[in-house]
Design a protein around this ligand. Structure first.
Ligand code: IPD
Length: 267
């Protein structure tokens, strides 16, 4: 019998795994049924919708009193536990068969993540965390990296869909690229945060994410020891910035991001 947080993490793993299996198994048909959202590049496949519906059904059975907030069907924040769901994070990767996509499910109370899972259907990797109980990749406990300097820092980032935002993000990348080891844009914010937790990258920063993009991954990064700043917590990077870094380089990296104009865009 685990703690409440651990029980919620197990539920997150269960429902995310089922939804991931659905997305993986139906990909061939799902990518033929596409609509778009904010821009022509912001796609929704039939699997995004179906995977979210499956998660909502399963949560209704397992946790009937809880609220659900999902990327595709919206929803509400409740007084108790709210499940924050991204049925496919990395939808463009999914569309192309690029395996870096994931189902992200987090349990939040008062806007704070207390349990979460990020499941990669293509590889079968299962990332999870329960507040106060560490971050895990399957049965392996995760710990962030400890780069010695900004110059040795591998940074991940992502780009939103709006053209003006992309221009700003490109300018920040151009200014920063000569100051860090390298920059990765892999296409799933949830998995980028898990990659920080595992030390596959040293840090991640992006502006303009939605709550479902970071709710599970940010907890996983924090439980692995990352210095994590959620929207509103690092105003110098922009009110909508999410930042997660190995503590050894968090200060110089934040300073370099500010100097590169990260916080300069009004969204
Ligand atoms: C997107 C991915 C991407 C990030 C975008 C997100 P979606 O989510 O997480 O890596 O750069 O900002 O919108 O659309 O694939 O669920």
């Amino acid at each position: 019998m685990g703690t409440t947080e651990q029980n919620l993490a197990e539920i997150a793993v269960t429902v995310a795994t089922e939804a991931g299996e659905l997305a993986r198994a139906t990909r061939g048909n799902a990518i033929r049924e596409i609509t778009t959202k904010s821009t022509a590049t912001d796609v929704v496949t039939a699997a995004d919708t179906a995977a979210e519906a499956l998660i909502r059904d399963r949560l209704r059975q397992l946790r009937p009193g809880d609220a659900v907030l999902g990327e595709e069907a919206g929803g509400r924040v409740g007084a108790g536990v709210t499940w924050v769901v991204d049925p496919i994070d990395g939808t463009v990767n999914y569309l192309y068969g690029y395996p870096w996509y994931a189902v992200s499910v987090a349990a939040q109370v008062d806007g704070v993540s207390i349990a979460g899972a990020v499941v990669e259907p293509a590889s079968g990797r299962v990332w999870s965390a329960a507040a106060g109980h560490g971050a895990w990749l399957g049965g392996e406990r995760l710990r962030v990296s400890a780069p010695a300097s900004l110059e040795l820092t591998l940074l991940a980032t992502g780009f939103g869909y709006a053209v003006e935002r992309r221009r700003h993000q490109a300018a920040v990348v151009a200014a920063l690229l000569g100051r860090v080891r390298d920059i990765r844009r892999n296409g799933s914010a949830a998995l980028d945060l898990c990659a920080v937790a595992a030390g596959w990258v040293d840090a991640y920063c992006e502006r303009g994410l939605s709550r479902w993009d970071w709710a599970a991954g940010a907890l996983i990064a924090a439980e692995a020891g990352a210095d994590v700043r959620l929207p509103g917590e690092a105003p110098e990077l922009g009110a909508d910035a999410v930042f997660a870094s190995a503590p050894s380089v968090a200060e110089p990296l934040r300073a370099a991001l500010v100097e590169s104009g990260m916080g300069a865009f009004d969204s």
